[in-house]
Design a protein around this ligand. Structure first.
Ligand code: SAH
Length: 421
C-alpha cells in the first residue's frame, strides 16, 4: 500500500536536529532548519564551504567526523544525506528504533519523513509534498508562491467581519449534521463560546487564533453561568469581534438562546440566529423512530423533565400530557423519568405504552433502550442510563420496533385503523 504522507508543521526552535552528511543536500536543508530556530548538529568529516560559513554564525554545530550512534541521542529529527548508503541505512535504522523521524535523501521510501518543497509569502508557509517527484513539487511551490506575490491568488480576507453575535445551533453532536451556514459562521468567528453538548469535533477546525470560551469550564450554577455567558458575548462583540454562541441542537430549544438575544439587544449588539437540528426530533430519527407517523399520532410534545412532576417551579401540566394521545419527547429527564412515568400513568396513559430511551444520539456510544411506561423507572436504573438521553413515549416507538412490542395497544390501534381507512 502506498499511503500518502501525513503533513505536519514541526516546531523545532531550540530542539536538536541531526544532519548526517555535509554535501549539497545538507547545504540546502540547513538554512531552513536555522530559520526554524533548530539546534542543528551536522556530522560529517567534510562540509561544503557554505555550511562551514554557517558554523559559528548560527545555531549550527559541526562534528568533524563520521557518524556515531550516540549522535542520535536527544535528537527530535534526523536528516541522513551522506553519499554512503550504508551510513544512511545505519542512521535510519537507529532512528526507527528510537522513534525519531528520519529523512533520507538517497531513498525516500527508506525514511520516515519527507521534506516538502517550501515557500513563504505574507506570513504563510506553502509546503508541497509530491509523490517523490521533487521537481514537480518544487515547480508547483514556485507557481503558488509567485501567484501569491503577484496577487493572482490571495489568502482570502473575504470573511464576514461585521462585529456582533451569531447564535449557531450545532445539531445533536455529529458535525456532519451541522448546517453549512452554521459551519461557515463558526469558521469566520473571532470568539466561539461553546457548550458541552455542541459538536466539539468541529472546534478542532477553528483557526488557532480564535478565542474559545468553554462554557463547561465556567463556574457551575445555572444563573451565574448564564450571566457570565451573556457578559462575555456582549463584551467581545462591543470590542468589535464576531462572536459565535455555539450550542448543541437548536439554541432556542431549552438552550436559553433568547436570554442571550435580550442581553445583546440591551447592549445594542447586533445578533443573528442560525438554527440547528434539535435533538428531540433528530435523535429519535437517527435511532429510527419517527416522532409522527400517519394514522398513529397527530401531535408530538417536547417536554423538559429537569424538574419532577409537582415541583413548585415546574411549568409542565402532566395531567394534560397524560390525557393527550400523541408522542411525548422528554429531554433532560433521565433522573426524573420514574416520577414522570408515574405521573403519565396516573393521568391515564396505558401502562403498556412503548418507550424508547436514546442515549448519546449520533455519538459512537449511541444506544437505544426499550421499555414501557410501567417499566421505565426500573429499566433506566438497571440499564444505568446516563444523560444526554431523549426519551420517546408513544405508539411511534411500536411503529419503529414492532417485534419488541407485539401487542397493539387497544385505543390507538382503533384510532389508527380509522385514520388509515
Ligand atoms: N438545545 C438542545 C437541547 C439542550 S437541553 C437541542 O435543541 O437539542 C439538553 C438535553 O438535550 C439533554 O439532556 C438531552 O435530553 C438532549 N440531547 C441533546 N443532545 C443529545 C444527544 N446527542 N443524544 C441524546 N440526547 C440529547
Amino acid at each position: 500500500m502506498d499511503f500518502p504522507p501525513y503533513p505536519s508543521g514541526l516546531r523545532l526552535a531550540g530542539r536538536r536536529v541531526l544532519v548526517v552528511g555535509g554535501g549539497s543536500v545538507a547545504q540546502r536543508r540547513v538554512p531552513h532548519l536555522i530559520a526554524a530556530g533548530a539546534d542543528v548538529h551536522v556530522v560529517s568529516p567534510e562540509v561544503t564551504p557554505a555550511i562551514e560559513g554557517l558554523v559559528g554564525s548560527a545555531e549550527v554545530t559541526w562534528h568533524r567526523r563520521g557518524f556515531e550512534d550516540a549522535d542520535l541521542d536527544g535528537a527530535w529529527y534526523v536528516i541522513a544525506v551522506t553519499d554512503d548508503v550504508a551510513v544512511n541505512d545505519r542512521v535510519s535504522a537507529l532512528a526507527e528504533e528510537q522513534r525519531v523521524f528520519c529523512v533520507r535523501s538517497d531513498d525516500g521510501t527508506q525514511g520516515t519523513a519527507w521534506t516538502p518543497a517550501v515557500g513563504r509569502h505574507g506570513g504563510v508557509t506553502v509546503a508541497v509534498l509530491g509523490n517523490r517527484e521533487p521537481r514537480r513539487s518544487a515547480a508547483l511551490r514556485n507557481e503558488i508562491v509567485e501567484a501569491l506575490r503577484e496577487g493572482r491568488i490571495a489568502a482570502p480576507e473575504h470573511h464576514d467581519r461585521t462585529p456582533g453575535v451569531v447564535l449557531v445551533g450545532g445539531g445533536p453532536g455529529d458535525p456532519g449534521l451541522m448546517s453549512i451556514a452554521g459551519h461557515r459562521a463558526l469558521m469566520e468567528a473571532d470568539v466561539v463560546v461553546a457548550d458541552r453538548l455542541a459538536p466539539r469535533e468541529v472546534l478542532g477546525e477553528l483557526p488557532a487564533d480564535v478565542e474559545l470560551v468553554d462554557v463547561a469550564k465556567l463556574p457551575r450554577g445555572r444563573s451565574a453561568q448564564q450571566e457570565e455567558i451573556n457578559r462575555v458575548i456582549v463584551e467581545r462583540a462591543l470590542e468589535g469581534k464576531r462572536v459565535v454562541r455555539f450550542k448543541g441542537g437548536d439554541n432556542f430549544v431549552f438552550g436559553r438562546g433568547y436570554e442571550e438575544i435580550i442581553a445583546c439587544r440591551a447592549a445594542g449588539v447586533p445578533v443573528t440566529v442560525i438554527p440547528g437540528l434539535t435533538s428531540p426530533v433528530a435523535v429519535p430519527a437517527i435511532a429510527g423512530i419517527p416522532v409522527t407517523h400517519r394514522g398513529v399520532t397527530h401531535e408530538f410534545t417536547v417536554v423538559s423533565g429537569h424538574l419532577p412532576p409537582g415541583h413548585p417551579e415546574s411549568l409542565v401540566d402532566y395531567d394534560a400530557l397524560a390525557r393527550m394521545r400523541g408522542t411525548v419527547v422528554l429531554m433532560m429527564a433521565v433522573e426524573n423519568s420514574p416520577e414522570i412515568a408515574k405521573a403519565l400513568l396516573a393521568g391515564g396513559r396505558e401502562p403498556g405504552t412503548p418507550v424508547a430511551v436514546v442515549c448519546d444520539g449520533t455519538m459512537p456510544t449511541q444506544r437505544t433502550v426499550l421499555a414501557t411506561l410501567s417499566t421505565l423507572g426500573a429499566t433506566v436504573a438497571s440499564e444505568k442510563v446516563q444523560p444526554p438521553a431523549i426519551i420517546v413515549v408513544g405508539e411511534v416507538v411500536r411503529v419503529a420496533f414492532p417485534d419488541a412490542f407485539p401487542d397493539a395497544a387497544p385505543t390507538t390501534a382503533g384510532a389508527a385503523a380509522v385514520a388509515d381507512g
